[in-house]
Design a binder for this molecule. Structure first.
Ligand code: ATP
Length: 376
């Protein structure tokens, strides 16, 4: 087996001003994307955002309206799917029901007239940990096992890039979680570029090195999962990746490296480095803070809160225990319905509805967004 070679720039997939229109409807607006060789890349977004269309344009299953597709440095825009160095794994595994697992995996090699397939097929079955299942038929396997056969069947062709279109969509949640780790392991082992389409933010965050969050046919933000989570640039990204409390505040000015703000009667600060938009005095800013970054202290104990933290007073409206954490909803003059997650609290020390509390957080854990955006 020859290892695929990346394009000269180390970029396996390069999309330049690629777009797709269906009649007057634009499914994908002109899009530029460079996917580094050997990376696990996720296209993430809600149904209808254009992620599948983008993947299909890479595969050659859809003709772009404008733009260029390059794979490993070569312009493939005019090439049909089978002439491109890619394979696609779909949600419906599309295994051959009458062939056993071994023959399903061997199929691509046999079609190319390769006679001695045994070593390659055995290696591939080992890779997906199905060595003991070679002689079974697809219907004798679980959904997760069938999906692994589909991956093995695609990888045996040594594609430059493996495209995965919601491959885990048909699996139940627990199996999905297992297969996410499994696919990640396989990708690390074979080292080829995976481009994975999913609507499941946890899935994208678990598996991918880089995630492109799509919305309305555009990439809203691209980055490493932790960066997207900690520094979302739009309210859409802030809300799509987990939960964010978004507080509207007036910019009062700056002090050193901090932006000074006021929400209602409450003064808040935000390090300027945590703000992705220009904060102008007299204008508004949205301050985002994740529920798990907030600590709750009973108002009677407010004196124990260290200096330098942002604080907001409120009242517990609701609480629910979900095993790993207690989730509170808090009403405050600054914003009704703020969410706070606290872990590891003893049953007895949970705060009761009606309790007066101070919510406080390290200003460096919040982020600033342009308040002119619509809040989704
Ligand atoms: P899903 O997760 O539901 O598949 P998606 O983000 O992958 O969603 P796409 O399948 O890329 O979305 O579709 C993007 C938009 O383009 C959708 O609004 C869809 O209705 C539209 N669309 C897709 N294919 C066609 C087509 N052949 N003709 C017209 N509109 C289409």
């Amino acid at each position: 087996a020859t290892a695929p070679t990346a394009g000269s720039s180390g970029t396996d997939v390069r999309l330049t001003a690629i777009s797709k229109r269906y009649g007057s409807f634009t499914a994908v607006h002109p899009l530029d994307l460079a996917i580094p060789a050997g990376s696990f890349f996720a296209l993430l977004g809600a149904s209808g955002c254009g992620k599948t269309t983008t993947l299909r344009m890479i595969a050659g299953l859809e003709d772009p309206t404008t733009g260029k597709v390059e794979l490993a440095g070569k312009d493939v825009t005019a090439l049909p799917p089978h002439k491109r160095p890619v394979n696609t794994v779909f949600q419906s595994y599309a295994l051959f029901p009458h062939l056993d697992i071994y023959e399903n995996v061997a199929f691509g090699l046999r079609r190319r007239g390769i006679k001695s397939v045994k070593k390659q097929v055995d290696d591939m079955l080992d890779l997906v940990q199905l060595g003991d299942f070679a002689r079974r038929k697809p219907h004798q396997l679980s959904g997760g096992q069938q999906q692994r056969v589909a991956v093995a069947r695609a990888l045996i062709n040594h594609p430059q890039v493996l495209l995965l279109d919601e491959p885990l969509g048909a699996l139940d949640l627990k199996l999905r979680r297992q297969m996410q780790l499994e696919l990640k392991r396989i990708q690390t082992e074979v080292g080829i570029t995976f481009v994975h389409v999913t609507h499941d933010q946890e899935e994208a965050m678990t598996m991918a090195d880089t995630v492109a969050v799509m919305n309305g046919g555009r990439v809203e933000q691209l980055g490493a999962p932790a960066d997207l989570y900690e520094t979302p640039r739009t309210t859409f990204v802030a809300n799509f990746l987990g939960t964010s409390n978004l507080i509207t505040a007036d910019v009062l000015g700056t002090s050193g490296d901090d932006i000074l703000l006021r929400a209602g009667d409450t003064k808040l600060t935000l390090p300027a480095t945590r703000c992705t938009t220009t904060a102008r005095t007299g204008e508004k800013l949205l301050i985002g803070i994740r529920p798990e970054k907030i600590t709750l202290t009973h108002a009677d104990d407010a004196g124990t809160i260290p200096d330098g933290r942002n604080r907001i007073t409120g009242r517990i409206a609701d609480s629910s225990f979900i095993g790993v954490s207690t989730q509170y909803v808090i009403d405050s003059p600054v914003g009704p319905g703020l969410s706070v997650y606290e872990q590891n609290i003893e049953r007895d020390s949970r705060l009761a509805p009606g309790a007066e509390v101070v919510l406080h957080w390290n200003p460096g854990h919040s982020f600033g967004l342009d308040a002119a955006q619509s809040v989704e």
